[in-house]
Design a protein around this ligand. Structure first.
Ligand SMILES: [Zn+2]
Length: 281
């Protein structure tokens, strides 16, 4: 370790500034969404079985709810623009804009060059959780997704029910693509119900048993036409480990709700980002 300079304490005492102040972001009209949701009817549902993923479609202006049904369980969510799979959920930028965890009123942003809200969180039964004494919180956009490559790197072996593989199979089945074609479209996830943080002493990414219980849910409003895939993570409640069949795992329910005609008067799909893409030439 290097020798600390004389002014080390002064340098450490500089207060932080927020990287991306987000008070200039467009504000979702949550009251309009709540009114539309109140009269909405369920139009579809699908169950993601334990250690498997399910795919679903949500039209712009519809809602989808992810519910814990059986027991504490984490879900790994991927979202794509249903018309253009190249536009997909961008967890890193969502984290930069909103923080390490997301809840009601925050958006799931899409990749460049669109960089627009794909979905807005309209309801979260775990919003009470806040940030615990360990620095942990729920609905993580820190982590990536459990995958067989990292598993092989760290432990060796072949495990086929990591979220990465589950999402790959679900997208392939949904679109008719081969596994090889589908895999590059799988991306870093929203870890629904996952409770995580960084250790204060070593800065390491930690997880702890999710506080989710049967009946808890996260609900989102689709800002554009979406294909979604949700994997019921082999880590179960993510209290111990990933990438094996040893954790207790439960299904997750996805339900889609359609508002009645006219309920979203005044709402428009968000346009793609305004940058002209000339990159200085
Ligand atoms: Zn997983």
């Amino acid at each position: 370790m290097t020798q600390a300079p004389e002014d080390a304490a002064l340098r450490r005492a500089v207060p932080p500034v927020i990287c991306y102040p987000n008070d200039s972001l467009p504000v979702p009209d949550l009251a309009l969404y709540a009114g539309a949701r109140a009269g909405a009817e369920k139009v579809a549902e699908v169950l993601a079985p334990p250690r498997e993923a399910a795919s679903f479609e949500v039209k712009a202006g519809q809602f989808f709810r992810i519910s814990c049904v059986g027991g504490p369980q984490v879900g790994d969510l991927n979202l794509w623009n249903a018309r253009e799979l190249g536009e997909r959920f961008y967890s890193g930028k969502t984290r930069a804009l909103h923080g390490t965890h997301v809840t009601t009123g925050e958006r799931l942003w899409s990749s460049f060059p669109a960089l627009r809200p794909m979905a807005t969180i309209t309801d979260d039964s775990l919003s009470w959780y806040g940030i615990d004494a360990f620095g942990g919180s729920v609905h993580d956009v820190i982590g990536t997704r459990c995958d067989p490559y990292t598993h092989n790197l760290l432990s060796g072996g072949q495990y086929h029910h990591c979220c990465h593989s589950n999402l790959t199979r679900a997208l392939a089945d949904h679109t008719g693509m081969s596994l090889a074609e589908a895999e590059p479209h799988v991306h870093d996830v929203l870890n629904v119900f996952m409770c995580t943080g960084f250790t204060r002493d070593t800065g390491q990414y930690f997880m702890k048993a999710s506080p989710v219980r049967p009946g808890d849910y996260l609900e989102l409003f689709a800002e554009i036409d979406l294909i979604g895939a949700l994997s019921a993570c082999p880590g179960g409640d993510c209290s111990a480990e990933h990438s094996s069949d040893s954790a207790a795992c439960h299904p997750l329910l996805i339900e889609v709700f359609a508002p009645v005609a006219g309920a979203l008067a005044g709402w428009n799909q968000p346009p793609v980002n305004g940058y002209d893409r000339s990159h200085g030439r």
